[in-house]
Design a protein. Structure first.
Length: 489
């Protein structure tokens, strides 16, 4: 067992959280949409208007704030008109974004714009639509905005009304393509300037239809010069710059794997510094923030159809560290979307027999969305550390973020250690705790999973063995654990 200390000053705010950082991502890929979210109204699986009821309930359980759709790679070849109107009249097409060993997947277009909006409303989330900048056009994107948001007596607004939706959907967040710098993308572009010039055409036409929409531009994950060239072209037309991260766990030891959250911090700082540099250089007035709209771990077994991975406690630890990082950089990152929500490298596994599995990563989101806090408060950690030679980082065993909601503090603590418990003193400056709850996720080993045979192997547990003396809480943390202290003051 090792010892550590946490010092919380609840009266010093270091950032304001956007609920949009607890977002998710669904894509027409593998069995995410068909079989995962949509089974059709005639399915034997219990459903609400064709949407799996068990999945709706599970997603409500993690209070998904905003859901990005239709991609991902899929968006770069998706033509939205294929997905509206009577389902029996919608075209079956090849999904050119995802090519399996057997060839392109088939897109049946039963789940389109109207179904997506109905589903996000059922789960209580906000929509986030990504337009086709691969083989689509600015006109197509602007027409989509009109279909979703216009209340005027115009063709596409009337079309929405014709199909049974009189009131506009008022979709606020729109993405200008996906990873357009990548060779794997339909219609990819090589340079930031080229992407920026084309995205400007899209942004201009879309904002002419609805000036109130907020736009997410594609950002390069590694090449900051690419991002500068893009920002030079788009300037004040955009509100967010998008970045993505996927970690391949087989490339790391456990200790290095859970240290990669420090690389996420490096990336956020680099991207935000790039935004500030471009703003100063090109006179950009807009307060551009980061949309971290794809992030997850990705295992070898999930790199071909059906892209399913059942993740473990180790991955839950990584996920909690990522969310702590989003808390710490809440002034920079205002949207984040975990990739993905159902079946394809997902939190939730939904089988065709009607069974459902919730992974340890799902439990992390359940723990991290229990609050309604807005303020991240100053927290200092004293912890033993280790050296990750692979990453060139000194890594604290204890990682912490603290949120304040009126008279309640939520302290999220991750113990990175594979084998050692931690005894932690939590000092709350100028406040005396009146009551404390300690919930945690640990399992018996880092490889523990939930399975269809043992779906509750890993659970959120309640620890009542802690002490309070004055303004200090003494608590023991399990190895490889994710912890939430809910402190009433």
């Amino acid at each position: 067992m090792f010892r550590g200390s946490i010092f919380v000053d609840p009266f010093i705010s270091i950032g304001r959280i956007s609920r949009r950082i607890y977002g998710h991502f669904i894509e027409h890929w593998g069995r995410c949409i068909y079989g995962g979210i949509w089974v059709g109204p005639n399915s034997s699986i219990p459903n609400i208007n064709g949407f799996r009821k068990d999945v709706i309930e599970a997603v409500r359980g993690i209070r998904a704030s905003i859901v990005r759709w239709p991609g991902g790679n899929f968006s770069s070849q998706y033509h939205w008109l294929d997905g509206i109107g009577p389902r029996e009249n919608r075209p079956r097409k090849l999904n050119l974004a995802w090519i399996t060993k057997e060839g392109a997947e088939i897109e049946i277009n039963e789940f389109g714009t109207d179904e997506y909006i109905e589903w996000v409303r059922l789960i209580g989330a906000e929509p986030f639509i990504v337009v086709n900048m691969g083989n689509g056009s600015p006109e197509e994107a602007a027409n989509w905005v009109e279909y979703c948001n216009s209340s005027k007596d115009t063709y596409f607004a009337r079309l929405r009304v014709k199909y049974g939706h009189r009131e506009p959907y008022n979709v606020k967040i729109w993405g200008l393509g996906n990873e357009q710098w990548g060779w794997w993308q339909v219609g990819f572009t090589l340079s930031g300037e080229e992407y920026g010039r084309r995205a400007l055409e899209f942004a201009n036409e879309m904002k002419r239809v609805d000036p109130s929409i907020e736009l997410v531009a594609v950002g390069h994950d590694e090449d900051m010069e690419w991002n500068i060239d893009m920002l030079k072209m788009l300037k004040d037309y955009i509100d967010y710059l998008s970045i993505h991260t996927y970690i391949w766990p087989e490339n790391y030891s456990y200790e290095d794997f859970v240290a990669t959250s420090l690389l996420i911090e490096d990336k956020i700082r680099a991207v935000y510094s790039t935004i500030v540099y471009a703003k100063n250089r090109y006179g950009i007035k807009k307060d551009i923030k980061i949309a971290y709209d794809e992030w997850n771990v990705w295992y070898p077994e999930a790199r071909d159809y059906p892209y399913i991975q059942i993740t473990s406690v180790k991955d839950a630890v990584w996920t909690a560290l990522f969310l702590n990082t989003l808390h710490k950089y809440s002034d920079h990152v205002k949207i984040a979307n975990f990739a993905q929500l159902v079946n394809s490298i997902a939190l939730i596994i939904a089988r065709d027999d009607g069974s459902l599995l919730l992974t340890p990563q799902y439990l992390v989101f359940k723990l991290y969305t229990m609050h309604n806090a807005r303020d991240v408060v100053k927290t200092v950690v004293e912890s033993p550390s280790y050296i990750s030679e692979k990453l060139g980082k000194v890594v604290d065993y204890i990682d912490v973020s603290t949120l304040r909601e009126d008279n309640i503090l939520y302290i999220y603590i991750v113990n990175r250690s594979r084998d050692e418990e931690a005894e932690i003193d939590v000092h709350i400056k100028n406040l005396t705790p009146k009551a404390v709850e300690h919930l945690y996720i640990a399992g018996r080993s880092i490889d523990d999973k939930n399975t269809f045979d043992n779906p509750n192997n890993v659970e959120i547990e309640n620890n009542k063995e802690f002490s309070i003396l004055g303004n200090t809480i003494n608590v023991k943390l399990k190895p490889h654990s994710i912890n939430m202290l809910k402190i009433y003051t």
